[in-house]
Design a protein around this ligand. Structure first.
Ligand SMILES: [Zn+2]
Length: 83
């Protein structure tokens, strides 16, 4: 059985990389019996989704920049054909 310390380490590891199935299973068992670690996991998940929202936002902004550049390239390509 995992200790809370081991469980919280696994939870934070799972944000960076997928856990092995045995770690996932042990963690799942721990979360069933431990409210503190369940809350910790929820908080980390909220944090992660907040980070993902920011990342998504940044990515969509850079897409706008890219499409502007693409439009400029297309416009200059059309111009060079005309001249
Ligand atoms: Zn715990």
């Amino acid at each position: 059985m995992l200790t809370c310390k081991q469980a919280s380490q696994l939870i934070s590891q799972s944000l960076d990389r997928p856990l092995s199935w045995s770690s996932r299973l042990q963690l799942r068992f721990h979360l069933v019996i431990c409210d503190a670690c369940t809350r910790f996991k929820q908080q980390l998940n909220q944090l992660r989704s907040a980070i993902q929202r920011v990342t998504l936002h940044t990515e969509s902004d850079s897409t706008i920049t890219l499409s502007k550049e693409a439009k400029a390239r297309i416009a200059s390509a059309i111009d060079s054909k005309h001249h």
